[in-house]
Design a protein around this ligand. Structure first.
Ligand SMILES: Nc1ncnc2c1ncn2[C@@H]1O[C@H](COP(=O)(O)OP(=O)(O)O)[C@@H](O)[C@H]1O
Ligand SMILES: [Mg+2]
Length: 294
């Protein structure tokens, strides 16, 4: 049952994973009616409200896949809705070039990256970055197709593979210097401009993604980590985001910002109710809009 005056919330997702289950529990605990909308059921003309989509007051977007999230966000925004996260945030976070540009533009300590658009220019860009380097698809997650390249021969193969794989994510070559992290980095969580929690991720290999077996342990927030994380979130447009941070001799360096954050391993390890913060953020946004409309 909805509490009088509380909104109906929609959560768009591609099947219900652990995060969506935890979010559903958070809304239930707040007596808020949650409509879980599988994005595979959504369709319709772009000039009108999507078919198969209840008339909710607030929407949380958690589709798997960058373009799907971005398309739904823009569609809903064109009809006056304000999804969490907003299209700008999803667009920026889902694309590593846009993320790097946003972080650099806002003066957030980050790694920077070099980009190129052919095998030849990729080789030239790599000379500027130096070896070892890391090559990444511009769009992608979970550490997929991210490779450490130790020399020009290996780069040649990586660029060959990108060309053979084809498609938009591989049409831009994105290169970064390799940071010797020892298989450890930080994932911090920022909701509504506030860094609420962080974990350290450790792995036997150099990629720390928990999807690849990286282990999460709770981390105490320090003021600098909070500052850098909140600045990174603000740079991509704010919202509910997870920030990947490297600990380096130069201090914290932001690697990327995730717009559809995964936190299944971060609630028990930090003791912070991350889905509760997200639910409260969605409800606060609705309350603010409702107050403006009155
Ligand atoms: N430049 C780098 N130097 C060292 N390790 C890196 C670098 N870039 C990424 N990694 C490692 O690879 C993982 C995946 O890279 P990331 O940029 O976060 O892409 P994804 O979107 O797939 O998570 C990171 O969490 C980190 O452990
Ligand atoms: Mg990452």
């Amino acid at each position: 049952m909805n509490t009088p005056g509380s909104p109906a919330v929609g959560m768009v997702c591609t099947g219900v994973r652990a995060e969506e289950r935890m979010l559903a529990e958070a809304f239930a605990a707040r007596n808020v009616e949650l409509h879980v909308i599988d994005d595979r059921t959504i369709h319709g003309d772009l000039s009108s409200w999507p078919a198969g989509f209840p008339r909710v007051d607030a929407v949380l977007l958690r589709s798997k896949g960058h373009w799907r999230n971005v398309a739904i966000a823009h569609w809903l925004e064109s009809l006056g809705a304000q999804p969490v996260n907003a299209s700008r945030v999803l667009e920026t976070c889902g694309d590593k070039v846009l993320t790097t540009l946003a972080l650099l533009g806002a003066g957030v300590p980050t790694l920077s990256a070099s980009i190129a658009f052919s095998q030849e220019s990729g080789a030239l860009a790599a000379e500027g970055v130096g070896y070892p380097l890391v090559v990444k698809p511009v769009i992608g997650s979970w550490g997929r197709l991210i490779g450490k390249v130790n020399d020009a021969d290996a780069l040649d193969l990586a660029l060959d593979h990108k060309e053979a794989l084809g498609g938009a994510p591989h049409s831009v070559t994105y290169l970064q210097r390799f940071v010797p992290t020892g298989g450890r980095d930080i994932r911090s969580f920022v909701v509504h401009d506030r860094c609420i929690a962080a974990i350290a991720r450790t792995s036997a290999g150099w990629k720390t993604n928990t999807a690849l077996g990286g282990k999460a342990t709770g981390l105490t927030l320090d003021p600098e980590l909070k500052r850098v994380s909140e600045a990174a979130a603000a740079a991509v447009g704010s919202g509910a985001v997870a920030v990947d941070v490297f600990e380096t001799d130069e201090g914290y360096l932001v690697n990327e910002v995730n717009g559809t954050m995964e936190f299944r391993n971060s609630v028990a390890t930090t003791g912070v109710d991350i889905p509760g913060f997200v639910a409260d953020f969605v409800l606060e946004q609705f309350a603010q809009r409702a107050a403006v409309a009155r």
